[in-house]
Design a protein around this ligand. Structure first.
Ligand code: PEP
Length: 250
């Protein structure tokens, strides 16, 4: 039985004071939600704040990005080992904003995924197609390619310790959500791709949906059998919205 997982991607938002308010509201509002996996993803300077403020709560925290290299002369980068050093549980790799704005291709994303696994940090692999790719009928092929690139590097066993987030690019931060049926269709395709390699790993894989998830649409999306939760951007900055989304999943 897969647990539902709700992850909040704060993107490049927050301050010490704002985070403190948000984290304490979340800790209060999500007391007793141990049946659910919940995590927030802050920018690197605030990870330590998340660690200390969430220490005795059921909430986890993770990083939004990391380096594809293990260490060395890579000014400005943060390695998976550094994340692991202070018990960071998760790291997002391959978010579409990283792929698009920072030109991360499938190969870089696969290397990041592998580094995270090696350090013992659970990667959340984001995959997603653009609007043009969906309209030209290649959405499933694009997602399959993004997953295959990681399979080629870590093999299916690497996926036993990971999470996948299907995030159609056209739905991120746009207010447009994939319909529950569109999400289910892609999630089932992702699970089927993994099942070809290992049925057990596929059956246990948490596959999250991301793209304008809000309190008003979360329950319908979570009702689909292959949707195991959500990666939430904008709505994760509002404590009430994020709490309601978590409640819809529990
Ligand atoms: C995201 O950033 O991963 C995301 C899904 O954003 P939003 O919920 O704002 O669309």
């Amino acid at each position: 039985m897969r647990r539902k997982f709700v992850a909040g991607n704060w993107k490049m938002h927050g301050s010490l004071a704002e985070n403190q308010t948000l984290l304490s509201q979340l800790a209060r509002g999500l007391k007793g939600s141990e049946s659910l996996d919940i995590a927030v993803f802050a920018t690197a300077p605030y990870l330590f704040q998340c660690k200390s403020l969430l220490a005795s709560t059921p909430l986890n925290w993770g990083a939004q990005n990391m380096s594809q290299y293990s260490q060395g002369a890579y000014t400005g980068e943060v390695s998976a080992q550094m994340l692991q050093d202070f018990s960071c549980k998760y790291v997002i790799v391959g978010h579409s904003e990283r792929r698009e704005i920072f030109s991360e291709n499938n190969s870089v994303v696969a290397d990041k995924f592998a580094q995270a696994l090696k350090a013992g940090v659970t990667p959340i692999l984001c995959v997603g197609e653009s609007l043009q790719q969906r309209e030209s009928g290649v959405a499933e092929a694009i997602i399959s390619e993004q997953i295959q690139a990681v399979l080629n590097v870590v093999g299916v066993s690497g996926f036993a310790h990971s999470v996948i987030a299907y995030e159609p690019v056209w739905a991120i931060g746009t207010g447009k959500t994939a319909s529950p049926e569109q999400a289910q269709e892609m999630h089932a395709a992702i699970r089927a791709q993994l099942a070809k390699e290992n049925e057990n790993i596929a059956a246990n894989m948490q596959i999250l949906y991301g793209g304008s998830v809000k309190p008003g649409n979360a329950a319908d999306i979570f009702a689909k059998p292959d949707v195991d939760g959500a990666l939430v951007g904008g709505a994760s900055l509002n404590a009430n919205d994020f709490i309601q989304i978590c409640k819809a999943a529990s």
